[in-house]
Ligand binder design. Sequence first.
Ligand code: NAD
Ligand code: IPM
Ligand code: MG
Length: 356
Amino acid sequence: MEKTIVCLAGDGIGPEIMESAKKVLTLTERLYEHRFHLQDEAFGGAAIDQCGQPFPAKTLEACLASDAVLLGAIGGPKWDNATERPEKGLLALRSALGLYANVRPVEVDEAVAYLSPLKEESAKDVHFVVVRELTGGIYFSQPKERTADQATDTLTYTRKEIERIVEYAFQLAQTRRKKVTSIDKANVLESSKLWREVAEEVSGRYPDVQLEHLLVDAAAMELIVHPGRFDVIVTENLFGDILSDEASVLAGSLGMLPSASHSETGLSLYEPIHGSAPDIAGQSKANPIAMLRSVAMMLEQSFGLREEAQAIENAISSVLRSGRRTGDLGGTETTVSFTDAVLEAMEEQAPVGRGR
Ligand SMILES: NC(=O)c1ccc[n+]([C@@H]2O[C@H](COP(=O)([O-])OP(=O)(O)OC[C@H]3O[C@@H](n4cnc5c(N)ncnc54)[C@H](O)[C@@H]3O)[C@@H](O)[C@H]2O)c1
Ligand SMILES: CC(C)[C@H](C(=O)O)[C@@H](O)C(=O)O
Ligand SMILES: [Mg+2]
């Protein structure tokens, strides 16, 4: 199989974890006889430094012509006062590619279950996915204004936008444990009242899937107290951002959780849910697991390479089981040494006859 992957390394730990991703992709090419063209493009703060803007037109063109996009992370204190912040570039990218469905799976690897604040038995019950609406809501709605003494953000959702993401969640639930939890703030927000109404309508088309509604404040608590009750969570942009970082605590570290963002055109983007971690950048301290799992999601979901994706997941688990971990998980491995261990495990586990 031959594919072009646009690589947006970005800022902070972004280039370090992108390096890990490229090594794993290069090994996958060799072991499973594929050809991945890895095309670097400027994005985020790095692009501001290069050409004055976080999301250059050339980067957009390359993404649109690619088979999938892989993103490290963007942002950092250096650009916090820039006129066009790196984060603005990220939102523009999501919008330009129409990446409305952000899928963030939350699983607890057995080897590190003891790091979760949950009792180990409850940690084993954690298998859910957050489906976050990614191109609407308070991130994008107008007016968005600022004067010296007043600031305005607007939260708008159309019926169509809600229906599209809720449909996505129900279809995903049909392939899983057939339960959707829709999270909103329908006791206060008009947009949430419409969200709940539309979720009910969509639910009528999926009689085999159970729907429950939960208010976001209660959901924040339930995620920690009874995480085993969740299968597919569907929620709006800002709630999904916050709840998915909260959920990362269950998995032991923010450095563990990957994500996929899907559009209606078939083009998808894969990125860890965490940011550029300026506090540990440049020191080979970043946990590359979220990034490597994002690569596995890309192989499976964009290219249909299930075996290859599973090989990466298995290699990560076996390295964790061997006791090797990065600092965020209480270990002493560096980004580079942990990645090398994953590569070794992939080599060892590759089926005989597959490039060996
Ligand atoms: N998609 C993205 O590119 C993205 C996502 C979130 C935040 N950001 C940006 O990143 C910058 C820093 O934000 P922040 O510090 O609030 O959030 P962050 O996610 O970068 O870091 C939060 C904490 O988690 C740790 N951490 C994150 N990823 C890790 C990893 N892979 N391994 C080990 N530890 C890890 C960091 O060291 C830090 O202590 C900001 O500019 C923010 O806007 C970008
Ligand atoms: C950097 C920021 C704009 C982004 C978001 O809020 O969506 C990040 O937190 C994420 O989760 O990808
Ligand atoms: Mg976030």
